[in-house]
Design a protein around this ligand. Structure first.
Ligand SMILES: NC(=O)c1ccc[n+]([C@@H]2O[C@H](COP(=O)([O-])OP(=O)(O)OC[C@H]3O[C@@H](n4cnc5c(N)ncnc54)[C@H](O)[C@@H]3O)[C@@H](O)[C@H]2O)c1
Length: 356
């Protein structure tokens, strides 16, 4: 197999962000992944709105467009699917794709319930297909540097506060289609936190509730205290609420303060900007460890791609298929992140410490 023939389901904003790696924008793809760009071929595109699928076909090619995802699943000339639909279809489409023998690249969050998580993990194990979750922060250079330099922190502080209040009307705020801002966006930071913690969560206690929105089932604020199985501890603060430019330049370069800070006995680091950049400190006297840099400004150096790892995701998926390698974020990682957020919600609702 020297090509990955791709079917795309959901031709909206993120579909465009992923397909952009394929045409004309390869300079934003990491050097070691660039050879895989040419090995991806778009074959079919599906969307309930055909005009959106047609627009991407004009730019990226493809044999056909359809408003029926089943055509993609049953196409014997498709090896893998990219699923970038709304969240309520992520699990059913993932399961159907694997049932039809297709490798899957799924946008986050992988699933909306614990049962869906279990089913996808089981299907991934059963089929042996590659299943990758598009957790962009793992691909971002700053997050990767933090993981290399401080692989086993004793304290982890994760912050995912959106700078404005999400409009009530967007699909992602809908309890069925989206699940709200914490599940939808907080999952990036939760995944980065679990990636950088290097340990499984053992228990979580969270306070939170609905402060900025009207739907009583969509929790918009979580303040969680976490214990990890290796004895380390952490905090996750997530939600929206309208902080605007409050944290701009103090110390974050953008107004969307998504970061994970890790601390290990006097050494510390912070992955900011969806992990795109990082900063390091050491206050250990006569320390042998030298922080690799203060601020690497990857975003600047990569031409302000501001994409926090997104351009690498599709080529990395192709590589995992063609080289038979485990994807950087598997169904297990997707399940762990959804489960963590759902258990924060459960703790906030019940006032109980929830164990994993
Ligand atoms: N990684 C990131 O930074 C990032 C940013 C934004 C969105 N996302 C994720 O990407 C996914 C898509 O978000 P988006 O912003 O592109 O949304 P979008 O609304 O722009 O696009 C979704 C597309 O899916 C189509 N669709 C919906 N239900 C469908 C169905 N049942 N069958 C076929 N097509 C269907 C819609 O018509 C739409 O064109 C979500 O999982 C979202 O959380 C990720």
């Amino acid at each position: 197999m020297d090509k990955v023939r791709l079917g795309v389901i959901g031709c909206g904003h993120m579909c465009g962000a992923h397909l952009a790696s394929l045409a004309g924008k390869q300079e934003t793809v990491s050097e070691q992944l660039r050879p895989f760009v040419a090995q991806i071929e778009v074959r079919g595109l599906a969307d309930i709105d055909l005009s959106k699928a047609e627009a991407y076909r004009e730019t990226y090619g493809g044999e056909y467009v359809t408003d029926d995802p089943e055509r993609i699943f049953q196409d014997p000339d498709i090896d893998a699917v990219l699923i970038t639909t709304w969240h309520d279809t992520h699990a059913p489409y993932s399961l159907r794709a694997m049932e039809c023998g297709k490798h899957v690249l799924i946008e986050k969050p992988m699933a909306m319930t614990e049962k869906e998580c279990d089913d996808i993990v089981a299907a991934e194990e059963r089929t042996g297909l590659k299943y990758m979750v598009a957790f962009r922060c793992r691909f971002a250079k700053g997050a990767q540097d933090v993981k290399r330099e401080i692989p086993s922190p004793d304290n982890i502080i994760a912050h995912a506060r959106f700078h404005s209040i999400w409009p009530e009307t967007i699909w992602a705020q809908d309890p069925v289609k989206g699940g709200g801002q914490i599940l939808s966006q907080g999952c990036h930071v939760v995944d980065m936190m679990l990636y950088l913690a290097g340990a499984e969560p053992e228990s979580v206690y969270a306070t939170g509730g609905v402060f900025h929105h009207s739907h009583p089932d969509v929790i918009d604020t979580i303040n969680a205290a976490i214990r990890f199985k290796n004895g380390s501890v952490g905090a996750f603060l997530g939600g929206d609420g309208g902080t605007g430019n409050l944290m701009m330049h103090h110390p974050l370069p953008n107004r969307c303060p998504f970061f994970v800070m890790v601390i290990d006995k006097g050494r510390s680091a912070i992955a900011i900007d969806h992990g795109e950049d990082a900063r390091f400190e050491s206050c250990v006297p006569e320390e042998e460890w030298k922080p690799p840099y203060d601020s690497c400004e990857y975003g600047e150096r990569l031409g302000k791609r501001g994409a926090g790892g997104v351009p690498d995701i599709l080529p990395a998926f192709a590589r995992s298929i063609l080289k038979d390698e485990q994807p950087i974020a598997t169904a297990v990682n997707g399940a762990r992140t959804t489960r963590f957020i759902l258990r924060c919600f459960e703790s906030a609702r019940t006032g109980e410490v929830i164990t994993f």
